[in-house]
Design a protein around this ligand. Structure first.
Ligand SMILES: [Zn+2]
Ligand SMILES: [Zn+2]
Length: 336
């Protein structure tokens, strides 16, 4: 089959690789759509991950079912998550494999969905494989994974309707978080980003206040938008020092900071303001596919205006360059 293979820093090539072999507990999916994730770019930018086939935000049709799999038929349209626990660590030995400290992940430690076919090593309906409602498009289905991260993160803050919540950093996770918070009924969501394409996507996502970090002082703009009160909750989706410092400044007393963005560099920070304001820092890593599929069914979240580019599998190199460098790129999809 054809797959997009990473050969070194910023070097993705579409080439022929071995077809996947279906494990007894696995399924093989013919891929329809697969998004490029910000996490993929963290590996794409540097040497050291040669041979990786990315792709964990995808949808397609099941074409082969392992002999020990129950309740899944070929032809089923689905999205899926792929992980393979180590079976040896503290958590795995207690049967809590979702907490495994040495988990292999689809699209990183084993081949992902930027290929004609992808193998999910452990297939269970509702746990790793999620059949699609009839009306759901493949592109929406390929967006369930990033939406699910936004959902999980937003939910960690236990938002209330009259909370004022700021989303700092308008990558796709931040943009989808704006949609999720609005879907959860939060009346005032402030979105802060830089690129015009992302600010426009934030508007389409329902943000009530949009801050252009290229032209405005973020802290001043948030204070102005909140009558100098600051916000109840910050979703820090940028993953850098500036954004973290801003989050601490704009959180009001007793507020929460949800750490969602992936930090490439460590932070230097003075904990005193966090102590003085009784802030709560909450790490966020997790998903919730069924909740997001329900939101799509209810029409409460959408991908219109979010998917900015589409490429064939043969154009994977260009797709990655676009996602990393094109200022107009929001979410880039590969369509095997
Ligand atoms: Zn992702
Ligand atoms: Zn483990």
């Amino acid at each position: 089959m054809k797959a997009a293979v990473l050969h070194g820093a910023k070097d993705v090539r579409t080439e022929t690789v071995d077809d996947p072999v279906c494990a007894p507990h696995g399924v093989i999916i013919k891929v329809n759509s697969c998004g490029i994730c910000g996490s993929d770019l963290h590996w794409y930018k540097f040497d050291g991950h040669e041979g990786t086939i990315f792709g964990h935000e995808f949808s397609g049709d099941i074409v082969e079912v392992g002999r020990d799999v129950q309740g899944i038929k070929t032809g089923t349209r689905c999205t899926a998550v792929g992980f393979s626990p180590c079976d040896e660590c503290f958590w795995c030995r207690q049967g809590k494999t979702h907490r495994c400290q040495d988990m292999d992940l689809l699209g990183y430690q084993f081949p992902g969905a930027m290929a004609e076919y992808v193998h999910i090593p452990f297939a269970a309906v509702g746990r790793t494989v999620f059949p699609l409602p009839e009306e759901m498009s493949y592109e929406d289905a390929a967006s369930v994974e990033p939406f699910s991260i936004s959902y999980f993160s937003g939910n960690r803050g236990q938002p209330k309707a009259d909370d004022v919540i700021a989303v700092i950093g308008l990558g796709v996770i931040g943009l989808y978080a704006v949609q999720i918070l609005k879907a959860m009924g939060v009346k005032k969501v402030i979105a802060e980003g830089r690129r015009p394409s992302r600010l426009e996507a934030a508007r389409l996502s329902g943000a009530d206040v949009i801050i252009d970090a290229a032209a405005q002082n973020t802290v001043e703009a948030v204070m102005e938008a909140t009558g100098l009160m600051g916000v109840n909750t910050v979703l820090e989706c940028a993953g850098n020092q500036t954004a973290f410092d801003q989050a601490v400044e704009i959180a009001r007393g007793g507020g929460k900071i949800l750490l969602v963005g992936v930090y490439e560099d460590p932070l230097t920070w003075q904990p005193l303001p966090v102590i003085g304001k009784n802030l709560t820092l909450i790490g966020c890593l997790g998903g919730n596919f069924p909740a997001v599929i329900e939101l799509f069914k209810a029409g409460k979240v959408k991908t219109e205006g979010m998917i900015s580019h589409r490429f064939a599998l043969d154009e994977a190199a260009q797709a990655f360059r676009t996602q990393l460098e094109d200022p107009h790129a929001v979410k880039v999809m590969i369509k095997p």
